[in-house]
Design a protein around this ligand. Structure first.
Ligand SMILES: NC(=O)C1=CN([C@@H]2O[C@H](COP(=O)(O)OP(=O)(O)OC[C@H]3O[C@@H](n4cnc5c(N)ncnc54)[C@H](OP(=O)(O)O)[C@@H]3O)[C@@H](O)[C@H]2O)C=CC1
Ligand SMILES: CC(C)(CO)C(=O)C(=O)O
Length: 318
C-alpha cells in the first residue's frame, strides 16, 4: 500500500501561493484558502501561464473560503504543511492567529513564503513546538503570469526556532522538486532575509517614492547606495559580516545587468492601492538597528516616507 499523500493547506492564493500550490499538487493533496478569488477558482481553477512550467489550469483538491472551512473540507485529516503566502502585513493581520485552526500542535509544519524580516517571530511565539520552514522566493509572477523565467525558491531554517525542522524541510524540498521547482537551501534564513533587504529596502522604497521603475531609480543612485549601506550596518550590528561596498556593487550591478525597467512589488502594491509591506521590508531592520544603537538615517527616512505614502494611498481608496 502506498503512503498517503502529504496534506497541504495554502493560505494566501495570489501569485506566489497559486504557483507553489500548483507545483506541490503533483505529489500532494492541496487545499487552498481563497478570499476574493473563491468563486472563480471554484468554478474554473487557477489559469497558470508560465514560461518555465508551461500553461495549465490548476484545480486544487479543495477550495475553501476560510481556514476554518478548510479544516472541515479535509475530513479530519490533519495538515502536514501549511503554506503561508499572504502578503506580510503584521499591522493588518496576525498570521499566526489566522492559521491557528489548521495547526496541529507539535505536528504541522508551517512554511512561510513571504518577503521581509522578522516574519517568523509571531509564528514561533504561538507555535513553539511546531516545525518551521522559512523561504524566500525569487520569482516575478504577475497574478498568474510568471515574468522572470528562472524562478527559484530558497528553503531555509530559522535558527531561533527550538524545533529541529531539517527532516520536514527535506520532505518539503522533495515535494517541490517533484514539481520541478529549483530549490536552494540555507540553514540561516535571517541571513538571506537581510541580504534580500539590501535590494528590497533600497530599490522598492526609492521606486515607490519616485513612482518609477528600476531604470528611473538610477536618478537617485546616492539614496539607493546609502540605504543599502544603512541596512548592511543594521545587519552587521545584529551579528552578520556583510561588506557594505560589496553589497552596494552587487545590488547595483545585478539590477543594471538583469532588472532594468522592473517595478518592485511594493510599487505594484502602491499602484493597486493595496497595503505595502513596509514594516517587514523597512520597519524591522530599522527597529533592530535602533535596538543596537546604530544610526541608519537613510533607512529611517525611507521607512517614514513609505509609511506615509501607504497611509495616504489607503486613505484615498476609502
Ligand atoms: N509576487 C511576486 O513576484 C513575489 C512575491 N513575494 C512575496 O510573496 C508573498 C506573497 O506575495 P504575492 O503572492 O505576490 O501576493 P498577492 O497579493 O498576489 O497574494 C496574496 C493573497 O493573499 C490573500 N489574502 C490577503 N488577506 C487575506 C485574508 N485575510 N484571508 C485570506 N486570504 C487573504 C489575497 O486575497 P485577495 O485577492 O482577496 O486580496 C491574495 O490572494 C509576499 O510576501 C511577497 O512580498 C516574493 C517574491 C516575488
Ligand atoms: C526579489 C523580487 C524582485 C522578486 O523576486 C522582489 O522581492 C520584489 O519585487 O519585491
Amino acid at each position: 500500500m502506498s503512503a498517503p499523500s502529504p496534506q497541504i493547506l495554502t493560505v494566501g492564493s495570489g501569485a506566489v501561493g497559486s504557483l507553489y500550490s500548483w507545483r506541490l499538487a503533483s505529489s500532494a493533496a492541496v487545499t487552498v484558502v481563497c478570499r476574493s478569488s473563491y468563486d472563480i477558482v471554484t468554478k474554473q481553477g487557477f489559469t497558470m501561464t508560465t514560461q518555465k512550467f508551461g500553461d495549465a489550469t490548476f484545480h486544487p483538491d479543495h477550495v475553501a473560503k476560510s481556514v476554518e472551512e478548510a479544516v472541515g473540507l479535509n475530513n479530519g485529516r490533519p495538515f502536514d504543511f501549511i503554506l503561508v503566502t499572504l502578503k506580510a502585513l503584521p499591522l493588518e493581520y496576525d498570521v499566526s492567529k489566522m492559521i491557528e485552526p489548521a495547526v496541529t500542535r507539535g505536528k504541522t509544519t508551517i512554511v512561510l513564503i513571504q518577503n521581509g524580516l522578522g516574519i517568523e517571530e509571531p509564528i514561533v511565539q504561538r507555535f513553539p513546538d511546531n516545525p518551521l520552514i522559512s523561504c524566500a522566493a525569487y520569482v516575478k509572477p504577475g497574478h498568474i503570469k510568471m515574468v522572470i523565467p528562472n524562478e527559484h525558491l530558497v528553503v531555509g531554517l530559522y535558527k531561533p526556532s527550538k524545533v529541529d525542522s531539517s527532516q520536514q524541510r527535506q520532505v518539503f524540498v522533495d515535494l517541490l522538486e517533484k514539481g520541478n521547482v529549483d530549490v536552494d537551501l540555507t540553514d540561516d534564513i535571517e541571513q538571506l532575509r537581510w541580504q534580500k533587504l539590501f535590494w528590497n529596502a533600497s530599490y522598492s522604497s526609492v521606486c515607490t517614492i519616485l513612482q518609477t521603475d528600476t531604470t528611473g531609480s538610477k536618478l537617485a543612485k546616492n539614496t539607493l547606495v546609502n540605504v543599502i549601506r544603512d541596512v548592511a550596518r543594521a545587519a552587521n550590528a545584529n551579528g552578520y559580516e556583510f561588506d557594505e561596498q560589496e553589497q552596494v556593487d552587487l545590488m547595483i550591478g545585478m539590477t543594471e545587468g538583469k532588472a532594468e525597467g522592473y517595478k518592485p512589488s511594493m510599487l505594484l502594491d502602491y499602484e493597486r492601492k493595496q497595503p505595502m509591506e513596509v514594516e517587514v521590508i523597512l520597519g524591522t531592520a530599522l527597529r533592530r538597528a535602533k535596538e543596537k544603537g546604530v544610526a541608519v538615517p537613510y533607512l529611517e527616512t525611507a521607512y517614514d516616507l513609505c509609511t506615509a505614502l501607504n497611509a495616504l494611498n489607503l486613505r484615498s481608496k476609502m
